[in-house]
Design a binder for this molecule. Structure first.
Ligand code: NDP
Length: 270
């Protein structure tokens, strides 16, 4: 059987752990495939590049998830609803688009609490899809963003959504950095004074960024709050993407075990 080819598209993409996770799972499960990375500067060229590279599937990361949404011929219902695609697979000559970030994040939250209130700091594509999925699962999600334009989507969908200027405050079970503040820089997702007043009353803090301890996580830890970084979300979205790539041929537990090894996780790490 000829090797199937997969890749992750993004800008930047060098830091991505997806090739490591997927290649390990392909190898452990004996699936003849190879997963690379592709630095894509122009998101409009995603479809053309995908086809030219002869790919069977791809993941798409910042900042091309909306381009990926537009590049697909077919979308699953959830991806269509949220307008962002992070997993694409070629089936019978057509590009099919999915969103695995949001179910991956839902699993992270479920492991922390069965229900409750969540404050998102940030209102980009990942926040959009995750907010919709969490709301459908019964969580109460509020959005706080640096600027107003991205809040429109959330207000239309019935969320409470604020900028730093009009935020009324409140106590939340979980506060999540859903922004890219801290990804390539050392910035906090909100002014420190405001953030401290939010974290003082918070039950937990999560950052979706992985691979580094962000200023947000450092602040939450210094305030004695339990924290989690973005690696579990990365793992869980990757397992779902792998199932899509291989059309349900492998057991999710085995995929996850291989990916956990790739990330250097012990068996018991959550
Ligand atoms: P977007 O580019 O769509 O959105 C960025 C958001 O961050 C906007 O709300 C923006 O505010 C805000 N923001 C950016 N810089 C700052 C800053 N300095 N201070 C305050 N707010 C800021 O990004 P995505 O939604 O695609 O991704 C968000 C994060 O999620 C990224 O860090 C990404 O790496 C991470 N991620 C992690 C995953 C995982 O598996 N762990 C999976 C998917 C994403 P404004 O509207 O004012 O511009």
């Amino acid at each position: 059987m000829e090797k199937e080819l997969f890749a992750i598209f993004g800008n930047p993409v060098a830091h991505s752990l997806s090739p490591l996770m997927h290649n390990r799972a392909f190898w452990e499960l004996g699936h003849p495939a190879c997963y690379g990375r592709y630095l894509l500067e122009e998101g409009e060229r995603l479809r053309e590049k995908f086809l030219a590279l002869g790919l069977k599937g791809a993941n798409i990361t910042v900042p091309h998830k909306e381009h990926a949404f537009r590049a697909c011929d077919e979308l699953d219902d959830f991806a269509r609803q949220v307008g962002a695609v992070n997993t694409v697979v070629l089936q019978e000559g057509k590009l099919h688009g999915y969103n695995t970030d949001a179910p991956g994040f839902l699993r992270v939250v479920r492991e922390m609490m069965a229900g409750g209130s969540i404050l998102f700091l940030g209102a980009g594509g990942t926040a959009q899809s995750s907010a919709v999925m969490l709301k459908d699962a019964g969580y109460e999600v509020t959005i706080l963003n640096r600027s107003a334009p991205r809040l429109e989507y959330f207000l239309k969908e019935g969320f409470r959504a604020y900028t730093w200027e009009d935020f009324p405050g409140g106590a939340y079970d979980l506060v999540v950095n859903m922004s890219s503040a801290g990804l390539k820089d050392e910035s906090l997702p909100a002014p420190e004074k405001l953030l401290r007043s939010i974290l003082e009353k918070a039950g937990g803090a999560v950052d979706v960024i992985y691979g580094k301890k962000t200023p947000f996580l450092r602040l939450a830890q210094a305030m004695g709050i339990r924290t989690r970084d973005g690696e579990a979300m990365l793992l869980y979205q990757g397992v779902i993407a792998f199932e899509i790539f291989t059309e349900g041929r492998y057991d999710a537990k085995e995929i996850e075990a291989a990916m956990r090894e790739a990330l250097g996780w012990g068996k018991d790490k959550q």
